[in-house]
Design a protein around this ligand. Sequence first.
Ligand code: ASP
Length: 466
Amino acid sequence: MEATAPSAKRRLPLHTQILIGLLVGGTLGLVANYAAATSADAAGVVNSAVEYVAQPVGKIFLRLMMMVVIPLVFSALSLAVVELGDLRHLGRVGLRTLGFTAIFSFAAVMIGVVLVGTFEPGNTLDPDQKERLQTQFASKAQESAEKAAFAKKPADTIVDLLPENPFQEMVGALDGSSKGNGMLAVMVFSLIFGIALSSVGEVGRTVVGFLQGLFALSMAVINFAMKLAPYGAGCLVFAITAQLGIDIVITLAWFVLTAMAGFAIHLCIVYPAVIFAFARMKPLDFFRAVREAMVVAFGTSSSNATLPTALRVAKDELKLPPKIANFVLTVGATGNQNGTALYEGVVVLFLAQVFGVDLSPAAQFQVVLMAVLAGVGTAGVPGGSIPLIVVLMQSIGVPAAGIGIILGVDRLLDMCRTVLNVTGDLAVAACVARTDEEFVATAPPSATENDNENSTEATAVDGEAS
Ligand code: ASP
């Protein structure tokens, strides 16, 4: 999604353009908010600018992304499963990859959910401001907010994971009119579709090709949207800050701190614990070995762009067998995004607090499941999680345009969550390799074959630390 076109020689990279758009939008919004508070004439101009310019431009940007969310999620998730199926001869490796991915993702989302529930960053917004925001988005938020607090029995929530009519769920997923679990049901359908597709072998080849095309087309539309991002995101931020002023900036600071705290806990506690227990490595040795991939992930905000570095690090520094590294890291670049899953949960619950959407336990459970699955379905590109966050928001009754509140800080958090995503892929690869009998049997010679200088990293995975 980055502006990498060779023809754009002297143009600023897209993320810099977006940042400038956000800064300009945010600053103008704050100035407009101040002006509106001091003069009635200015207030009229500001309201018109928000209503007739900022909001429509912001909506066009959002709709370009929304229009391809269903095909994107459907193709990405089905293909992720097919890739696993293609490599089924790896047998245990595939299952272990899934197991470790599930452990990391659930832990990540739970950390995020607990932190948002504890610090309630969305409730730091002044009640008057909140009310204004809620009134502004009232038409959309009202009915969906009621829906969101649905007191569904947990058993029904589970049954509704399986859609009776997937097409009906697809139609209803975006506007909250679905009878079942909406987007979550679409995701489960995509997983089942992928499993079935990978079990039929050759006959399914055309469908796989179709899904690959569908995924590429959806990404192309997202790329169009991203070209508009500097203006679209700038307008969304202008609209929010012009109406809420500096208060929203303070609330955002709390949101950033909460997300960062979640990232830090996952990176400094969960990864080390699992790496120590399953990869039998000293966590510090692991982090030293993978630091290059972490830095590239931070700089590019893209798991896909970091994949070549991650593969090199896995082979040269962690000394993992290529067979395992290729499989786990390639699937993981899209399918194992712990930082993203954590972030998606945090954003959705934060915005639910801001918009006063009360979530029943069933709805919270739905958020956890959706965030885990959204982490699987998110493309490993900068801002890849934004379309999915919008869907998650809508499915629990938070108005989509509310995404404008967090877009201003998304890039910074994207850099951080991508570090977690890539580190998580390497952690899963190390754990899978260490628990693989074949690798353990052959590890000592391969781990030391070409390395004398980097003995710490070279021996790291062979259980030296244990
Ligand atoms: N930028 C993330 C990645 O590439 C995806 C996201 O969370 O937006 O891993």
